[in-house]
Design a protein around this ligand. Structure first.
Ligand code: SAH
Length: 255
């Protein structure tokens, strides 16, 4: 395959980035097919690998997925900065390190069926799509779901299904899921999401109001184990979760 060296206007950037992904996966030419490649390499080295993320598949996905195509044009120059960015409708795309950290915690090997709640820009969806077999992603704000669909289609990401809905009840028709990623914070874990986790499956979810903890839930031995792995700040999980009654049981308890 030929290395494309010229600069691309944004309209053509998705095609160039896709070409870069194909080239990287083929292990062939490593030239700067995408002018943002160096920024992504630096992001991975300085913000992600330097902070202890080791999973080579996660590092590769973070080097490959063109984050700048998931943010509004006005934010494009900041797309690889070490912070979250606004994506419209009062929502944010998470800091690159946090996306990589969550992805690593899911321990994906490439064979999994994954549920994501909080599609947002579609960026973390694209990262999951690079790491698993199939991703189902739900976004409560239809305008964001539409935008994410456009971004993912432009990049030719095929193993993703999106739905504009409240993710509180998960996606029962497609359950169980080997992994569940939630990118908005409820005060309590929605019980339907716990139920839709496959045996040995993992869920990564921020929980809390102002002070939030990123939790890793594992379904094992007829119950669930739970650990807090990182203090975080996500946008709130809105909709049914806000009015839901407290769960009858502690999610950590055996069922
Ligand atoms: N993963 C996203 C981060 C988006 S921020 C990205 O990479 O860009 C979290 C998203 O969760 C927001 O878009 C918000 O609208 C959405 N959200 C909040 N509550 C939700 C709910 N109940 N169901 C589905 N999505 C929800």
């Amino acid at each position: 395959m030929r290395c494309v060296q010229e600069r691309h206007p944004r309209g053509a950037a998705a095609a160039a980035a896709l070409a870069a992904m194909v080239v990287l996966h083929a292990g062939g030419c490593q030239g700067p097919a995408d002018p943002m490649q160096k920024k992504r390499n630096d992001m991975v080295e300085r913000q992600i690998a330097a902070r202890g993320i080791r999973d080579p598949r996660v590092l590769e996905a973070m080097r490959t997925v063109p984050r700048h195509l998931f943010v509004p044009l006005a934010e494009e120059a900041s797309a690889y900065d070490d912070r979250p960015l606004p994506i419209g409708s009062g929502q944010t795309i998470s800091q690159p390190y946090v996306v990589a950290f969550m992805a690593e915690q899911l321990r994906l090997t490439g064979k999994e069926k994954v549920l994501e709640i909080g599609t947002g820009s579609g960026y973390s969806t694209a990262i999951l799509a690079a790491l698993a077999t199939k991703v189902f992603s739900i976004e409560i704000r239809p305008e964001l779901s539409r935008q994410a669909k456009e971004h993912l289609e432009k990049l030719g990401v095929k193993n993703v299904e999106l739905k504009a809905a409240d993710g509180y009840r998960g996606w029962p028709e497609e359950a169980p899921f080997d992994a569940i990623l939630v990118t908005a914070a409820p005060e309590r874990i929605p019980p339907p999401l716990l139920e839709q986790l496959a045996p040995e499956g993992r869920m990564v979810i921020p929980v809390g109001a102002f002070y939030q903890e990123l939790k890793v839930i594992k379904r094992q031995g007829g119950g669930y184990s739970e650990k807090s792995v990182l203090p975080v700040r996500f946008v709130p999980f809105v909709g049914e979760a806000e009015g839901a009654p407290p769960p009858a049981r502690d999610p950590g308890a055996s069922r």
